[in-house]
Design a protein around this ligand. Structure first.
Ligand SMILES: NC(=O)c1ccc[n+]([C@@H]2O[C@H](COP(=O)([O-])OP(=O)(O)OC[C@H]3O[C@@H](n4cnc5c(N)ncnc54)[C@H](OP(=O)(O)O)[C@@H]3O)[C@@H](O)[C@H]2O)c1
Length: 332
């Protein structure tokens, strides 16, 4: 087994400090040994993978490296009593794909406390159609509901609507009976978002700075992947007592605002982290996606790709031009 070779998408830093990628053969004994060796059947693409693959040292310190913060596959070897060969499992987040070789390789070796058993009634491919983006959308929806959001609260705004987190947040909210407004920069994708069942606004409406500390109340709640001026404007527009789940920074990690939305309207700013949350929390979200949160039209939101297509799709993601989710099949 230790001699077995496999394919991996490998990113390297060259002498000019640029980053190159190639699909190479690796040996299983080149992986850092850990508790569970997993044969990866599917991975998926997330914004963080695009950062890692482009040499962002805030995500990945050392190269050569195999990105891929998501993986779903079958246990091959286990030193943990919690898993045995043949178990179907999901791994997302923690250090996978950051400084631990990730799901863009056909094998991963990870600590057992990163591993979630695949729930019954959820397929390996389906789990990666959701991936970290789905987990993040699910955590956001759960936190909003826990903070009191109901379909009667009013329209829920979702930013970065055509992105991975965005489309899954829209699909889940609609399934749960919420009315959703999708904010997008892609005019060409308005029919796609409308067909899902969302109303659509141009993201420019949210990105222009306003000198006012509060704006007209519009949204019962929001899921924001954009940050920056967009998040500031959203907080100024949330209805009394409403909440915003902040999970991304594609525009900017910085926000500059007054405390007035919080102290005059009781608005809640909820932080979402899908990476370091306890395994039990991840497991409970995966279980929900296999049951009452099962998304029926998932296939419409996903494009399946092979390793040979990774570089092009990661560039699209980095440029904010991708639509929906990309699931990476290791067999195609
Ligand atoms: N907190 C967590 O645990 C967690 C987990 C997953 C992801 N994230 C973060 O969430 C964000 C989205 O991730 P993702 O995987 O969904 O990425 P993605 O698939 O690339 O989607 C991002 C979307 O944001 C919009 N966008 C891009 N650039 C923008 C800009 N300058 N201003 C406003 N909107 C812009 C685009 O949608 P439109 O064209 O439709 O506007 C784009 O498709 C990232 O910042 C990522 O790091 C956080």
């Amino acid at each position: 087994m230790a001699e077995q070779s496999f394919e991996a998408y490998r990113v390297s830093e060259n002498a000019e400090n640029n980053f190159d990628s190639a699909i190479i053969k690796r040996s299983i004994n080149e992986l850092t040994p850990s508790d569970v060796l997993i044969k990866v059947n599917y991975s998926s693409l997330n914004y963080k993978d695009a950062l890692s693959a482009s040499g962002n040292k805030g995500v990945t310190r050392k190269y050569p490296h195999t990105p891929g913060i998501d993986a779903a596959g079958v246990v091959v070897l286990s030193k943990s009593k919690n898993f045995e060969a043949g178990d179907e499992v999901i791994v997302t987040g923690y250090d996978l794909g950051m400084n631990t070789d990730g799901g863009f390789g056909q094998y991963i070796s990870v600590p057992s406390d990163w591993v979630v058993p695949l729930p019954e009634n959820l397929g390996l491919r389906e789990s990666m159609m959701l991936g970290t983006a789905g987990l993040t959308a699910g955590l956001s929806v759960k936190k909003l509901i826990d903070a009191g959001l109901t379909p009667e609260s009013g329209d829920i705004l979702v930013t970065g609507a055509t992105g991975g987190v965005g489309v899954l947040a829209i699909a889940l909210l609609l399934k749960l009976g919420f009315s959703v407004t999708a904010s997008t920069g892609k005019t060409s994708e308005i029919p796609f978002l409308e067909a899902l069942g969302a109303q659509v606004i141009d993201r420019v409406e949210l990105s222009e700075a306003s000198s006012k500390a509060l704006l007209r109340e519009k949204w019962g709640g929001a899921i924001d992947v954009v940050g920056g001026e967009t998040l500031v404007n959203i907080l100024k527009q949330i209805k009394y007592g409403g909440s915003v789940a902040a999970c991304g920074l594609v525009e900017s990690p910085s926000i500059a605002l007054t405390v007035l939305p919080f102290i005059l309207r009781g608005v809640n700013l909820l932080g979402i982290d899908s990476v370091e949350i306890p395994l039990a929390t991840k497991r409970s979200v995966w279980n929900k996606f296999s049951a009452d949160w099962k998304i029926d039209n998932l296939e419409d939101l996903v494009t399946e790709i092979s390793m040979a297509e990774l570089s092009d799709k990661l560039k699209l993601l980095l440029a904010g031009k991708a639509r929906g989710r990309y699931v990476l099949s290791m067999s195609s």
